[in-house]
Design a protein around this ligand. Structure first.
Ligand code: USQ
Length: 421
């Protein structure tokens, strides 16, 4: 059961900020929790360890040897002298547990990353699609309602995705959240129309609308960080001890494209470019994710203000250009163009403004400046841990008869059980 001890640590400024990191055991959540704790914030991770469960479901694990969460927290205490608490709560299911924790701890801010975040997972079997939709929307809705219910005036910072804007070339720079619209000669400002391409992105688009609603009608203070695909592994804090190492996904379901290419280079595996690789996506390094969340927390939305929206990206790149970049810095790399297993436009332009975060001090790390070190210092030393069978996406025949097929069979079996022979 969650610890509800009321202990504050000084940030050196005399007052400590209390922060919940929902999803704080994940790829982005863990380094965010460490960074905030290192600067003196009083951090509680709320996480039901679902990402580790999905690893078991997919029979794959992080390339880097991540330790169990309790060991991570012990290591952090030893290394930094700071305590991070953990509450094992399923936010989508255990509303009462979360509202009790909010009432007991009364955080100043809540960073919400507790969602199923893989696009291919969300577009897989029916159970996975339903899980993604129900889990993500319930979790976000429960967090919003619990903030209202508990009367806790915490600034909610939600991790969104640039995929809500869609991946069709639209010929203009995507603004940060809001656009001026004119209809029948009336001018107004609206949220940029959502155009999600996957169930996962659909949930992020719905989350954004929910945040906007609760800001407007319930007076919550909210910020949506519309984030691109993340690359890299370590931050200053996760590098402080081996037991703190961040996770690194390289498989075809959870590995993000650049991290996959980085491992593939280290393994001498041809880079798996889907289609011609003319898909353009936005990217950001994990250390800048941490920086952006900190900037958002330090510049909170004020009560009565509409939801803030920041595009959290460093740069946009075509997939084929990423592959060429990796091939240029690492000897012997070859590029292979595979049939695209995803449902997405074969080619698109993407131009996103990131003016707000830049104005608040973000100077992002660029891929060209960091990719070689990532292959040399992370992927190569841990390459022996990679399961090579998890790199190539399954062929259409494999997907139909493989793991997902089994999942459908087990759902059918349970329905049969319920309705009898
Ligand atoms: N791709 C390849 N080869 C691969 C893997 C991917 O060509 O081996 C291509 C995909 O087809 C896609 C692009 O690379 O066009 C990006 O794929 P990705 O898996 O790196 O990223 P994505 O599925 O878009 O999702 C990731 C995160 C998600 C986040 C999103 C931000 O998993 O949580 O929200 O990036 S965004 O890309 O802006 O939608």
């Amino acid at each position: 059961s969650p610890s509800t001890a009321s202990v504050f640590w000084s940030s050196g400024t005399g007052c400590s900020v209390r922060v919940f990191v929902l999803g704080g055991d994940g790829f982005c959540g863990w380094p965010i929790a460490l960074h905030l704790s290192a600067r003196g914030d009083d951090v509680t991770i709320v996480d039901n360890l679902s990402r580790r469960r999905v690893d078991r479901e997919l029979a794959v694990g992080s390339l880097t040897p991540i330790t169990p969460l309790n060991e991570r927290l012990t290591a952090w205490r030893e290394v930094s002298g700071h305590e991070i608490r953990h509450a094992n709560i399923d936010l989508a299911q255990d509303y009462d547990g979360f509202v009790d924790l909010l009432r007991a701890e009364r955080p100043d801010a809540v960073v919400h990353l507790a969602e199923q975040r893989s696009v291919p997972y969300s577009m897989g079997s029916t159970p996975r699609r339903r899980y993604t939709f129900e889990n993500n929307l319930n979790a976000t809705h429960n967090v919003l309602v619990a903030l209202v219910d508990s009367g806790v005036d915490a600034h909610l910072v939600h991790m969104g995705s640039t995929g809500i804007y869609g991946y069709e070339s639209i010929g203009y720079q995507l603004p940060e959240g809001y656009v001026e619209a004119e209809f029948q000669s009336k001018k107004t400002e609206i949220l940029h129309p959502a155009n999600p391409l996957s169930i996962y992105h659909l949930t992020k688009a719905q989350d954004q609308l929910a945040l906007a609603f609760f800001s407007k009608h319930e007076g919550l203070r909210t910020t949506d960080l519309v984030q691109g695909a993340v690359w890299g592994t370590q931050t200053d804090q996760t590098a402080r001890d081996k037991r703190l190492i961040n996770r690194f996904d390289y498989d075809d379901v959870y590995g993000t494209v650049l991290n996959r290419f980085i491992v593939q280079a280290a393994l001498g595996h041809p880079l798996t470019v889907y289609g011609r690789g003319e898909q353009t996506r936005a990217f950001i390094h994990i250390s800048d994710v941490v920086r952006c969340v900190t900037i958002a927390l330090d510049n909170p939305a004020v009560r009565g203000e509409r939801m803030r929206v920041f595009n959290q990206i460093a740069e946009s790149r075509r997939v084929i250009d990423l592959a060429r970049l990796v091939a240029n810095v690492w000897p012997g790399v070859t590029i292979s163009n595979l049939d695209n297993p995803r449902q997405e436009p074969a080619a698109n332009d993407l131009d996103l403004s990131n003016e707000s975060l830049r104005a608040l001090g973000l100077t992002p790390k660029l891929i060209a400046d960091g990719v070689l070190a990532e292959i040399r210092d992370i992927a190569a030393p841990y390459a022996h841990r990679a399961n090579r069978t998890k790199i190539d996406p399954p062929s259409p025949a494999q997907s139909a008869g493989g793991h997902q097929g089994n999942e459908v069979l087990s759902v059918l079996a349970s329905i049969k059980k319920k309705i009898g022979p």
